[in-house]
Ligand binder design. Structure first.
Ligand SMILES: [Zn+2]
Length: 280
């Protein structure tokens, strides 16, 4: 009789023949070895960037934030109050850590966000949504250091005593989260452990080790249960993507404008963030 192994594929546990398990382990080992060679070879800036298309990216921003952005002219975004913000891109070979520190507006579109895809290992240094042009977000949502962010408490899965999260009312993000809640509440009970207790929404803070504001500072982010989360910094320096969050949860958030940190090479699988411009 063939031996069977219990492994997790796409968040579903299945019994499969042991030889297949060995094959998968070998495949992962080869993949790791290749990644190490790429880093060792000094090509750590390699990324699978999207084409730089200001017309397309300006249109995505206008579609995603109709209450705030009224149009564009040339390479400029036009805000409701008449302010213009230029959309430019960093050179394609500029290293990711530098882009993260001081991005340009167009750099937010550097990576394609794979919405509605399976939860799989992201490409090397592929972090769609992790690049944020801070002036864009402080203008949109306010500067929390000056008390400028308007938030409201939204009930988090009340049937499961999930408490409340503070989320911004700008762009009706609070209402988008309520639609997420309505759909999440229809998932099977065994999924709720990933969602309750949640680990908070609005929080005026900088990203650890940087002077950049966290996406939680704008009231657009929520962290689900930390107990089942994976975060690259907990595993650094030799981090390798891993995830246990069921894709059903991710799909519901994406449907309502929230991206997931589990789609990043620098994974943060508890993190969801309202970024509809990346889901266009
Ligand atoms: Zn977070």
């Amino acid at each position: 009789m063939k031996k069977l192994a219990f492994i997790n594929t796409k968040n579903r546990y299945r019994y499969i023949p042991i030889s297949y398990e060995r094959f998968v382990s070998r495949f992962i080992a080869i993949g790791r070895a290749i990644s190490v060679v790429i880093i060792a070879g000094g090509f750590s800036h390699i990324s699978f960037s999207q084409a730089q298309d200001p017309t397309l990216d300006l249109a995505k921003l206008k579609d995603a934030y109709p209450q705030q952005i009224v149009g564009s002219e040339g390479n400029n975004l036009i805000w409701r109050d008449g302010e213009r913000m230029v959309l430019q891109y960093s050179a394609i070979d500029r290293p990711l850590n530098q882009v993260l520190k001081a991005p340009l507006l167009g750099d937010m579109f550097r990576f394609h966000y794979p919405k509605r895809a399976a939860a799989t290992v992201p490409q090397m240094l592929h972090d769609p949504g992790r690049i944020r042009y801070e002036s864009f977000f402080t203008k949109m949502y306010g500067d929390c250091r000056r008390g400028g962010v308007r938030t409201r408490k939204v009930a988090w899965l009340p049937a499961y005593q999930g408490g409340h999260v503070n989320i911004t009312t700008t762009n009706d993000v609070d209402q988008a989260l309520e639609r997420v809640m309505a759909e999440l509440s229809t998932l099977p009970r065994e999924v709720m452990k990933y969602l309750v207790p949640q680990a908070g929404g609005y929080n005026c803070r900088e990203i650890a080790g940087t002077n950049r504001l966290s996406a939680h500072s704008f009231g657009i982010s929520i962290d689900i249960n930390i107990k089942f989360a994976n975060y690259w910094k907990w595993d650094a320096p030799n981090f390798l993507w891993k995830n246990s969050v069921p894709i059903e949860i991710v799909s519901i958030f994406e449907k309502h404008g929230f991206i997931w940190g589990g789609r990043w090479h620098h994974y943060d699988t508890m993190h969801f963030e309202y970024r509809p411009e990346l889901l266009r």
